[in-house]
Design a protein around this ligand. Structure first.
Ligand SMILES: C[S@@+](CC[C@H](N)C(=O)[O-])C[C@H]1O[C@@H](n2cnc3c(N)ncnc32)[C@H](O)[C@@H]1O
Length: 272
C-alpha cells in the first residue's frame, strides 16, 4: 500500500460514513462487543481506539469504563468520526475524545495507554509492522494491544463472486487490504516481531444469514468494497448490480444467505 492508497481509503470511508451503521453490517458492533469482552479493561483504563470508524469499539469500551476511565478514538476519515461522535452522544456517554489522526503517526505520549484496540483497521496501514510498533510505544509496560482482522474464509463465497463479476467488467482487484492478515500464524508473527509477549490469537465466527441479496449490496455499497464500484459508470453499475445480485440470489437457502464473518482477535502485552 502506498500513501496514495491511504488517501483513497480515507476518501472511500468519508463517502460511506452515512450508511456504515446499517443492520446488514451488524458484525462491526458484534465484534466490538466481543473485543471488549476479551480485553476486560479495568474501570479506570485509558484506551486508544485506532481506526475507530463510527466508534463501535470506542462505544463498547466507554460503556464498561468507570468515571476515571477514558477512550481516545482516532481515524483519518472525518465523516466517520462525526458519525462516531453522534453515536457516543446518543448513548449518553461523555468519556470519549475524538481526533483526526493517522494510525501510523500517533500524537500521544509514550507509555500512556493501558490498552490499544483496533477493529478491522490494521490491514489498511501501508506498513503494519511500523504501525503496530508505534502502537506499542504508547502502551504502558503491562499494557495490552488487541486488534481484529478477517480470516481468509470471511465473506466466502460472496467476495469471490464480487471479484469475478468485476473482472468481467474489466476491473481487476489487487490483493484486498483485508486479505493481508488472515491467518493465526501471520497475526502471531506480527505481534512477536514487534516484541509483544503473552501473545494469543482467538478465532470466532461472527457470521449470520442475510435476508435478501440487497443486504449484500448494502454491505458492498457501505464499506471499503465501494471503491471498486466507483470505477463503473452509471450504466455499468446498473448492469453489474443486476448480474451480481442474481448470482448472490442463487446462494439463498431456507435460512437466508450465509454471511461468513470468521474473525481473528489478536492480542499481546508490552512487557517493558
Ligand atoms: C473497516 S473500518 C473499521 C471501523 C471500526 N473500527 C469498526 O470496527 O467498525 C476501517 C477504518 O479505518 C480507518 N483508517 C484506515 N486507515 C487509517 C489510518 N492510516 N489511520 C487512521 N484510520 C484509518 C478508515 O477511515 C475506517 O474508518
Amino acid at each position: 500500500m502506498t500513501d496514495q492508497d491511504k488517501q483513497s481509503v480515507t476518501t472511500v470511508f468519508d463517502q460511506v460514513a452515512g450508511r456504515y451503521d446499517n443492520p446488514s453490517m451488524r458484525f462491526f458492533p458484534f465484534c466490538a462487543d466481543r473485543l471488549i469482552h476479551h480485553l476486560r479493561p479495568a474501570p479506570d483504563a485509558k484506551i486508544l481506539d485506532v481506526a475507530t470508524g463510527t466508534g463501535a469499539v470506542a462505544l463498547a469500551a466507554a460503556q464498561v469504563l468507570g468515571p476515571n476511565g477514558r477512550v481516545q478514538a482516532i481515524d483519518l476519515a472525518e465523516n466517520m468520526l462525526n458519525m462516531a461522535m453522534a453515536n457516543i452522544q446518543r448513548a449518553g456517554l461523555s468519556n470519549v475524545d475524538f481526533h483526526v489522526m493517522d494510525a501510523e503517526s500517533l500524537e500521544f505520549k509514550s507509555r500512556y495507554f493501558d490498552s490499544v484496540t483496533c477493529s478491522f483497521g490494521i490491514f489498511f496501514l501501508p506498513d503494519m509492522l511500523a504501525g503496530l510498533t508505534s502502537w506499542r510505544q504508547v502502551l504502558k509496560p503491562g499494557g495490552r494491544v488487541m486488534f481484529t482482522t478477517f480470516s481468509a474464509n470471511a465473506f466466502h463465497p460472496l467476495a469471490e463472486l464480487f471479484r469475478q463479476r468485476l473482472e468481467t467488467f474489466g476491473i481487476t482487484i489487487p490483493t484486498e487490504n483485508w486479505m493481508r492478515l488472515t491467518t493465526e500464524q501471520e497475526c502471531q508473527e506480527l505481534l512477536e516481531s514487534v516484541g509483544f509477549t503473552k501473545t494469543q490469537v482467538i478465532k470466532e465466527q461472527l457470521g449470520y444469514h442475510l435476508n435478501q441479496p440487497e443486504d449484500w449490496w448494502e454491505i458492498i455499497y457501505s464499506s471499503g468494497f465501494r471503491g471498486y464500484l466507483e470505477k463503473l459508470d452509471a450504466e455499468q453499475l446498473g448492469r453489474f448490480r443486476v448480474e451480481h445480485l442474481a448470482e448472490i440470489q442463487s446462494l439463498m437457502t431456507n435460512k437466508g444467505i450465509w454471511l461468513d464473518v470468521e474473525t481473528l482477535f489478536s492480542t499481546g502485552v508490552r512487557h517493558n
